[in-house]
Design a protein. Structure first.
Length: 365
């Protein structure tokens, strides 16, 4: 294991936090003079606390190396994951919790997320036929599908439906990749036209579009159409939720039903509020690249939104009667492949709460 995998600041902090070493006067002086070094030591302590809580404790330095190797082409992302993981892990020791309790103290019963009663298999439909390609499973899995797996002798419409509790990756005829969020459906032709590439999404999907200046790539979602030449972006269009377009890189042009055009820059999210009126927000795109890569990523997010995402990811109805609890904000990162019980146990470590399962409904109090 070579030190160049770690940053100089991380190497300094690891040396200071080495359990067998006493902190020297020089190191104390360094900490007093360098706030960044002090912060990095706190982050490593948080990781250490988290790893002690695991069944098989891990080495912090090895974990830092693992992050650097995994995300060596995107050091900004690696650094953010380490920091946010540390924030979440610190709460295991009751160290860090950022919450904003609501003024509303009343408790009203309500369903935070209502799971679909549909099937549990990923289904592809083409030329009027139905083919079930993935059997039901108790695990949340990331699976892939290429258009070479379907009949492409004649151009025809294809739909691929991903149930709640599953995620899926699609490679389109032009080589573009689409990561489908649980409970989403994509519609696309088995062959794109010579002058355009058009798909439709219901639910949420992350797109990595192959550049082709002669064939613009368009995504229809709700009453909007987003057009690009080659870029990465996220589109969400769930039932009873506003259409959102989040740009990670490149540029996109969005057109609402009323004909109003909108261009947005990277790290910007456009939310269709009413009619053709857009609301623009600067966002941390880590949330979207992380769900693409198989992680939950919540940064100062209301518990209501966290539970909604968990319910959709596991295909589970969630009920919470504590409105004040639902409005508390948390930092939380975890792998989507973990079991529902493990995820809820992690949440209970962040913020004490009662979690029970009754009649296939997860009840949070």
């Amino acid at each position: 294991m070579e030190d160049q995998d770690l940053t100089y600041l991380e190497t300094q902090a690891l040396d200071i936090m080495e359990p067998e070493n006493e902190i020297s006067d020089d190191q104390i002086s360094q900490l007093n003079d360098d706030p960044a070094l002090w912060k990095k030591c706190h982050e490593i302590e948080a990781l250490t606390t988290a790893f002690r809580a695991e069944r098989e404790p891990r080495d912090v330095e090895a974990a830092l190396h693992e992050f650097h190797l995994r995300y060596k082409h995107n050091t900004h992302r690696a650094r953010n994951i380490i920091i946010i993981t540390a924030l979440a892990a610190m709460i295991i020791g009751a160290v860090l919790l950022i919450s904003r309790p609501s003024n509303a103290s009343q408790q009203a019963p309500g369903i935070v997320y209502a799971a679909s009663t549909g099937g549990t298999e990923v289904v592809v439909r083409q030329a009027g036929t139905t083919e079930k390609i993935v059997p039901a499973s108790t695990k949340v899995e990331g699976l892939s599908f290429k258009t070479t797996d379907i009949n492409t002798e004649q151009a025809h419409d294809v739909s691929l439906e991903v149930p709640e509790g599953r995620s899926f990756t699609v490679e389109l005829p032009d080589g573009s990749r689409v990561w489908l969020h649980p409970g989403s459906t994509i519609y696309f032709p088995s062959r794109f036209a010579s002058d355009s590439r058009q798909v439709k999404i219901v639910g949420e999907a992350y797109f990595s579009v192959t550049h082709d200046a002669s064939r613009p790539f368009s995504v229809q979602a709700g009453n909007t159409t987003t057009t690009v030449l080659g870029t990465e972006f996220d589109v969400s269009s769930y039932d009873k939720e506003p259409v959102t377009v989040t740009l990670v890189s490149g540029s996109v042009n969005i057109v609402a039903e009323g004909g109003k055009h909108l261009k947005i820059k990277p790290n910007t999210q456009a939310v269709l509020a009413k009619g053709d009126q857009w609301e623009l927000h600067t966002v941390d795109t880590e949330k979207f690249t992380n769900w693409r890569d198989g992680y939950f990523y919540f940064d100062n997010t209301p518990l209501r939104d966290i539970l909604t995402e968990i319910g959709r990811n596991y295909g589970t109805t969630i009920q919470c009667t504590n409105e004040a609890l639902l409005q508390e904000h948390l930092h939380f990162v975890a792998e989507r492949t973990q079991s529902l019980q493990d995820i809820m146990d992690r949440l209970k470590e962040l913020r004490p709460m009662s979690v029970t399962m009754k009649d296939n409904v997860l009840i949070v109090k």
